[in-house]
Design a protein around this ligand. Structure first.
Ligand SMILES: Nc1ncnc2c1ncn2[C@@H]1O[C@H](COP(=O)(O)OP(=O)(O)O)[C@@H](O)[C@H]1O
Ligand SMILES: [Mg+2]
Length: 584
């Protein structure tokens, strides 16, 4: 029997309920407010008192209002049709930019029940199956969408029947399975899963072993992210977090993209509605939206729904991973999520941690990041969830708790710097402070040796050192003056500027420069390092500056030209001429 209760206390969206029976943490409940059911989630239980956070406005709620507990957690509905959809954190359909502007207590169905899908069976009668095994397939856009044994099914089942190929809606029973106890269960094309629990329908979760190319040079070459890896982008407002994430979404080697947009300012939410659907998928030439799900918090939603959104987004990614696909989750910004946690924890008057965030903030963040990863499915196929979140630290302070907590959880760190953004050095990723821990994995180094070139990581490290040396030289020049330092200081400084302007900086809005395939990245870095290795003639620092400025200009023209095109070769010839004329 389900438990019931009565409201006995209200602090904004945090409601205290006196319960009649046992309730569980994270259990869902509905509070009846004058005939409307408001959805809420249990966040704390103490004796017969439960603290619940309401996903909607609690205006008008009063003591004595009745509560019904559901006996289950907040669940996501999974099935064909998730892609190209825009949802809020509770999977309500926000079909248009204005959103449906749901009335309080109104929840929409995430999936279309009329639409027909072209189904092809995979399993056959007599097969032994467990949760996550593939029973059949429909085409969602051009992606193969597997219909699986629901993740909640426990134990082994025998396939009794699978429906023949044909067009069916999502509610059609496509298979009947017999449990070990001899009971028959129906399987349709949809299933539900509690968003806060990781889907574990796989054989193993080995650590990442290959790179996810993004076409962004400062990532792929300098600090690559692994397929199934984790990374985060901290940066102050206006430094390019969203632009960088959109570039990764558009160019990243992934099959399915889930964007969790947790904007605080209304215009950030509008951004995702207006800009994202326009993006073209460079891999297919079609709209990127066809293989994307957007989970979006509208500004009229209370904090609790914001917290739910990242979990719903992660669950959708895990769902596609179980189909043997590569999903990419981009959350912008996870600070808003952390703020939601803070608001709730403050209302509960919990003992606060640093900056009034919950004491277990770090653990919450780590648990979430650990849901990403590469998996080997029961059938031996591989799938992955790669996760990159942005963090917007107040005042750009990288010592604040969300950044610190995320640093412990994520393996790649792409620090956006106000200073670089002010100088329009985009992407404003700091080349020295940023890192990728994947470069410490022998299997990743081996992968790069094989796919890029032998010794690639050593080359990249050389480039990083040159940038570092250039920065030191710049500091000396600033203190001692142009004439107060040996010419070699100027040379070192300009070599680092050469790497910065010609390799690290990349115009996200130029058709060609926006994406650099790894083969081209290798070519350009080798070219640039080759120049850094040579010695040139210059009488004084002004000649040195003039020479490097000239070289930088030519290489930037190359970056804006189609790789190895006639135009590209023209600039290459010009470059070689300049180098030879000035070479020793
Ligand atoms: N790679 C880039 N190339 C060119 N311009 C960029 C790039 N990254 C950021 N910008 C500029 O910076 C502005 C702010 O970026 P945005 O991603 O919206 O910042 P944030 O999300 O950090 O607030 C963009 O509108 C754009 O003009
Ligand atoms: Mg932004």
């Amino acid at each position: 029997m389900k438990s019931t209760g009565k409201v006995i206390g209200i602090v904004s969206n945090l409601v205290t309920v006196e319960t009649t029976g046992p309730v569980a943490e994270n259990e869902l409940c509905y509070i009846n407010l004058a005939g409307t059911d408001l959805m809420a989630e249990v966040i704390k239980v103490n004796g017969n008192k439960a603290s619940v956070q309401v996903f909607e406005s609690t205006r008008g709620l009063k003591n004595g209002d009745t509560v019904e507990f559901e006996g289950k957690m907040l669940e996501a509905t999974l099935g064909p049709g998730l892609l190209s959809s825009v949802y809020d954190g509770l999977e309500n359909n926000l079909a248009t930019m204005e959103g449906v502007f749901l009335k309080r207590g109104e929840y929409t169905d995430p999936l279309d029940h009329e639409k027909l899908w072209e189904f092809t069976p995979i399993a056959k009668a007599g097969d032994k199956v467990v949760a996550g095994d593939w029973l059949g397939e429909v085409k969602e856009g051009w992606l193969p969408h597997k219909i699986m044994v629901p993740f909640a099914f426990k134990g082994e089942f025998t396939v009794k029947s699978v429906i023949e190929a044909g067009s069916y809606n999502i509610d059609k029973v496509i298979a009947v399975l017999t449990s070990e106890d001899g009971e028959d269960v129906d399987v349709t094309m949809t299933q539900k899963w509690p968003v806060k629990v990781a889907i574990k329908a796989y054989k193993e979760k080995p650590r990442p072993s290959k790179i996810m190319e993004t076409g962004v040079r400062v990532i792929d070459s300098f600090n690559p992210i692994a397929e199934g890896g984790t990374g985060f982008i901290p940066g102050p407002f206006g430094c390019g977090k969203t632009v960088l994430q959109h570039a990764i979404a558009q160019q990243g080697e992934a099959d399915v993209i889930v964007m969790a947009a947790c904007g605080e300012r209304a215009n950030e939410v509008v951004e995702i509605f207006t800009e994202f659907p326009e993006l073209i998928d460079p891999h297919t030439g079609r709209y990127l939206m066809e293989r994307t799900t957007i989970i979006c918090n509208t500004s009229n939603m209370p904090v609790a729904a914001r917290e739910a959104s990242v979990y719903t987004a992660m669950t959708i990614c895990e769902y596609y991973r179980a189909m043997g696909l590569r999903s990419l989750l981009l959350a912008d910004s996870t600070s808003r999520w952390a703020q939601a946690l803070r608001e709730m924890s403050n209302r509960m008057e919990e003992l606060p941690g640093a900056d009034a965030f919950p004491v277990d903030l770090s653990a919450i963040i780590s648990n979430f990041y650990s849901r990403a990863g590469q998996v080997v499915l029961n059938n031996g196929q591989k799938g992955s969830v790669t996760f990159i979140g942005t963090v917007s630290p107040a005042g750009g302070n990288l010592k604040e708790p969300v950044t610190e907590g995320t640093k412990k959880a994520a393996r790649c760190f792409y620090a956006l710097e106000q200073n670089r953004a002010d100088q329009k050095r985009y992407p404003a990723v700091n080349p020295i402070d940023s890192y990728s821990k994947y470069l410490e994995y022998p299997e990743i180094v081996e992968y790069l040796d094989k796919t890029v070139e032998e010794g690639w990581v050593a080359n990249v490290n050389r480039a990083k050192n040159l940038v570092r040396k250039g920065k030191e030289a710049q500091e000396q020049i600033n203190i001692l003056g142009d004439d107060g330092v040996p010419i070699s200081y100027h040379e070192n400084f300009w070599k680092s500027e050469l790497i910065d302007f010609c390799f690290l900086q990349q115009d996200a809005f130029d058709k060609i420069d926006a994406t650099t395939p790894i083969e081209r990245q290798k070519y350009m870095l080798d070219l640039i390092l080759g120049i850094c290795d040579r010695s040139f003639n210059y009488e004084d620092f002004e000649e040195c500056r003039g020479f490097f400025k000239n070289v930088i200009n030519i290489i930037r023209q190359m970056n804006y030209s189609e790789f190895k095109s006639e135009q590209f070769d023209k600039y290459l010839n010009e470059l070689n001429k300049t180098l030879d004329e000035n070479g020793k």
